[in-house]
Ligand binder design. Structure first.
Ligand code: ATP
Ligand code: MG
Length: 286
């Protein structure tokens, strides 16, 4: 079956929504009914397997699935031989060590001799080894944050995003040992046909990612100031300048990075720009 790419995504959890949203934004129609374990896209040669996230690297390494979407934390923790092909920019989080608020912390050496509960024994083990810390690691598969309050361990090493779960459990974050986001992984020996399908999918994903940080800008300016205005707006190749019906005025269109917009606006206004519109771009092919 070389004409269809099998994609493993998380069935339900913190990666699921982002993964399916990304796929749908690529124009791929798929219905993932509740309880369904497999689905085929209607308009793209791709088949979905809905799995526990922990199993995704193994399935991709073994070739049961061709590609997968999974957190970097799980990829590194599992250590399966897969290719990480593209970062996807969602499910951003970090793996951190946390202690009860009342416990004093001055640096990694304070962890020496402690017991630490985690679902990430390999990533934690690597940190402890790098810092030459002798701690006992308790591997548990979930609800890590309650370990100190039930007396299972003195410290925890768990996934954090806002820190609110730690806070509600009376814990403070003391060391960050890994940063993660969702990544597209692939089997190391994809056939040429499957690689072609993956390349098409990645092309669509990259077009979306490029568009996300860019905005289309339109403004009116006096013709005599046009050089000053376009100096602020480099555009993809160069800005479009069109005459307005009113003599002596032009309309300038360009693409800008969203982060630059507020810095440029003063200079644009000083150059006489008015009627400035900034609109989102859905897809961008460079
Ligand atoms: P499963 O049942 O599939 O095994 P899980 O409970 O192990 O799911 P989730 O909590 O759904 O895993 O998290 C999946 C992945 O999402 C994590 O491995 C991590 O990469 C990322 N993640 C976890 N927590 C957060 C968060 N609070 N914010 C953003 N991303 C997160
Ligand atoms: Mg899991």
């Amino acid at each position: 079956m070389d004409n269809i790419l099998r994609l493993a995504v998380q069935k339900s959890g913190r990666l699921s929504e982002g993964s399916m949203k990304l796929i749908r934004s690529c124009g791929i129609n798929v219905s993932n009914g509740i309880g369904k374990l497999k689905a085929k896209a209607a308009n793209f040669p791709i088949e979905f397997f809905f799995l526990r996230d922990d199993d995704i690297p193994g399935y991709v390494a073994d070739g049961v699935a061709d590609i997968g979407i999974v957190g970097e934390n799980v990829i590194v923790e599992k250590g399966k031989p897969v290719n990480s092909v593209h970062k996807l920019g969602f499910s951003k989080c970090r793996l951190s060590i946390a202690l009860e608020k009342s416990v004093e912390y001055t640096g990694p050496n304070d962890l020496d001799g402690m017991s630490i509960a985690t679902s990430y024994p390999n990533l934690l083990g690597r940190f402890l080894e790098d810092n030459k810390i002798n701690a006992s690691v308790h591997e548990i598969s979930g609800s890590v944050e309650i370990a100190p309050s039930i007396g299972l361990a003195k410290a925890v090493c768990d996934i954090v995003s806002s820190g609110s779960t730690l806070f509600t459990n009376g814990l403070k974050e003391v060391e960050t040992i890994f940063y993660s986001e969702a990544v597209m992984i692939a089997n190391k020996q994809l056939s040429t046909e499957k690689q072609d399908i993956l390349d098409k999918l990645l092309f669509r994903i990259k077009s979306l990612q490029q568009a996300k940080n860019s905005k289309y800008i339109l403004l009116n300016a006096p013709e005599e100031n046009v050089d000053e205005v376009i100096a602020q707006l480099p555009g993809m190749r160069s800005p479009t300048v069109l005459p307005l019906a009113q003599k002596g005025w032009v309309s300038v269109h360009s693409v800008i990075n969203e982060n630059d917009f507020w810095e440029k606006i003063e200079d644009l206004k000083a150059a006489g720009a008015e009627g400035i519109l900034v609109v989102p771009i859905e897809k961008m092919i460079l």
